[in-house]
Structures are given as structure tokens and as C-alpha cells.
Design a protein around this ligand. Structure first.
Ligand code: C2E
Ligand code: CA
Ligand code: CA
Ligand code: CA
Length: 276
């Protein structure tokens, strides 16, 4: 029994060591990735539910590391743990602002682009100031910019937070709440922050649309009562499109329309449907 115990222990440490080494290498690579230009943004269109016209986009980060494309689910949590998320978020916002500015200069039709903001980024007080500086320096029209926040940030930081959000909204930036339904807040609570848009988490789109009491339907109705716009994410099938249209959802986003694609490919789609 003693031997077996020791053996188990060794297997345990060696797998922990492997895990540790993997994370250690990933962290080192992550720290260098910005200066090595390994990140890029992909864009996924959001369409008007009634017409299918592209009316917005979400910017999603990609990491091209050596010959591998590492998905954000693998490195965003590590970036958050290590504090890399501060510079990474600022890089992301700047890159998207510069991209929108280039589109403005190219005279292509522009629809608002949303940027995912990690709740961790907002823990450092300089965030509003930094975001305003990035917008100022890139000379982007703030009306083309939307920030996707999660419910948790609103709950944790109530007072000062409301002021910060108001500052950004005053210059025309839109605020949307990502992954709605997975946290603990209520829509009534969100109203206090004058949130523009609620994004229903893809879980509810993929698993409960055909239920007798579809959660999505209630989120849509209540959001409209509160004057908020609703986006369904993770829309993959025609059936889901039909149901969401019936429920009166405003915008749809998902593989059914397009996966996230590089900027050049995305801009071709926008120009196409909007008859540039
Ligand atoms: P999210 O913000 O909820 O983004 C939606 C995710 O669902 C994206 O995964 C998108 O590619 C994927 N998706 C879109 N349509 C469909 C669909 O029809 N079916 C399915 N199954 N999936 C769909 P992605 O790009 O891998 O991003 C994963 C998460 O990583 C994001 O979830 C977001 O939380 C985070 N993330 C991505 N980019 C950024 C970023 O620039 N900054 C920060 N802080 N987080 C990011
Ligand atoms: Ca998002
Ligand atoms: Ca989401
Ligand atoms: Ca999500």
C-alpha cells in the first residue's frame, strides 16, 4: 500500500509539473506576444433580425503563436491572472479604433464595432482615462464604438462605476451587457446604468428556444419594456432565426450568418449587403 501511495504521488506531481511548465511557457510567450505582433482581431457581423442587414460587428481577439492559433479561451484567463490583461485590453481597443478609423478614411460603410472588456481591466482606476486617451489619439468617431461588459462589473462597483460609464456614454460610446442570463443581475438592475444593449448568452439560444417557456423570449420582452436593444448570440440554425424573429429579437449573431473573420473579409461582407 505504501508503494502504491508513493507511485500515485509521483504521477500526481509529474502531471502537475507538466501543467505548470505548460502554463509557465504560455505566460512567457504571452508577455512577448504584443511586441511580437502576434495578436490580431477578427470581426463577426451582427445582423438586423428582420432584414438580415449587417448592422454591427463584434471584435474577437486571435493569437497566432508559432504555427498555432491559440483561442482566447486558453489565454484570456491567464492574461487576467497575470495582469497582462491590462495592456492587452488597451491594445485591443486601440487596434479596433485604428481599424474603424481606416475604414472611415477608405469611405467604406461603417457599422458600430463592439470590443470585449475584461472585468479585470476595470479594477485599475485608470481605465476611463486610458480609454478616452485611446479614442482621442486614434481620432475614431466614438459613435462607432461599443463596449461589451459582463454583469459582474456592474454589481461589484456600483457607484463610481455608474459615473465612469456615464462619462463614456456622454461622448457617444454604447454599452452592452455580454452573456446575459449567466450571472445574477436582473434587467431592472441594468437599467440604472443606462445599458444600451443586452446580449443573450448563447446557451439560451442553443438549448432552450423551443422550450415551453423560453428564457430568451422573456429577456427580449422585458428588455424592450426597459428600452434596451437585444442581441442573440450563437445563432446557428434557421429554426433559431425564425423563433428569434417571432420573439421580436432585434439583432442576431452567430455561425448561421458568419463566423468571426479577418478584417478584409469582414469589410467585403459589409460592403456587399449595404450596397456600397
Ligand atoms: P464571447 O464574448 O461570449 O464571444 C462569443 C464567442 O462565441 C466567440 O468565441 C465566438 O467566436 C463564438 N461564437 C460566435 N458565434 C457562434 C455560434 O454560432 N456558435 C458557437 N458555438 N460559437 C459562436 P471566441 O472568439 O473563441 O471567444 C471566446 C471568449 O473569449 C469570448 O466570449 C470572450 O469572453 C473572450 N474574448 C474574445 N476576444 C476577446 C477580447 O478581445 N478581449 C477579451 N477581454 N475577451 C475576449
Ligand atoms: Ca462578447
Ligand atoms: Ca457573449
Ligand atoms: Ca461567453
Amino acid at each position: 500500500a505504501k508503494g502504491a501511495g508513493k507511485n500515485t504521488y509521483q504521477i500526481y506531481t509529474s502531471s502537475m509539473e507538466k501543467e505548470f511548465l505548460k502554463e509557465y511557457h504560455l505566460e512567457r510567450a504571452l508577455r512577448k506576444a504584443i511586441e511580437r505582433n502576434e495578436f490580431l482581431m477578427h470581426y463577426q457581423p451582427k445582423v438586423e433580425a428582420k432584414t438580415g442587414e449587417i448592422v454591427g460587428a463584434e471584435a474577437l481577439i486571435r493569437w497566432q503563436h508559432q504555427d498555432r492559433m491559440i483561442p482566447p479561451g486558453e489565454f484570456i484567463p491567464l492574461a487576467e491572472e497575470t495582469g497582462i490583461i491590462f495592456s492587452l485590453t488597451d491594445w485591443t481597443l486601440r487596434t479596433v479604433c485604428e481599424q474603424i478609423k481606416r475604414w472611415e478614411e477608405m469611405n467604406v460603410p461603417i457599422v458600430p464595432v463592439s470590443v470585449n472588456i475584461s472585468p479585470k481591466r476595470l479594477l485599475k482606476n485608470d481605465w476611463v482615462e486610458t480609454f478616452l486617451r485611446i479614442i482621442d489619439e486614434t481620432k475614431v468617431n466614438p459613435e462607432y464604438l461599443e463596449l461589451e461588459l459582463t454583469e459582474s462589473v456592474l454589481i461589484e462597483n456600483e457607484e463610481s462605476f455608474n459615473n465612469s460609464i456615464q462619462t463614456l456614454k456622454n461622448i457617444g460610446i454604447k454599452i452592452s451587457i455580454d452573456d446575459f442570463g449567466t450571472g445574477y443581475s436582473s434587467l431592472i438592475y441594468l437599467r440604472k446604468f443606462k445599458v444600451d444593449t443586452v446580449k443573450i448568452d448563447q446557451y439560451f439560444i442553443q438549448n432552450s428556444l423551443e422550450n415551453e417557456v423560453p428564457v430568451a423570449k422573456y429577456i427580449i420582452n422585458l428588455s424592450h419594456d426597459l428600452n434596451m436593444n437585444v442581441v442573440a448570440e450563437g445563432v446557428e440554425t434557421e429554426k433559431q432565426v425564425t423563433l428569434l424573429q417571432q420573439y421580436g429579437c432585434d439583432q442576431l449573431q452567430g455561425y448561421y450568418f458568419s463566423k468571426p473573420v479577418p478584417a478584409e473579409e469582414y469589410i467585403k461582407m459589409v460592403s456587399g449587403t449595404r450596397g456600397q
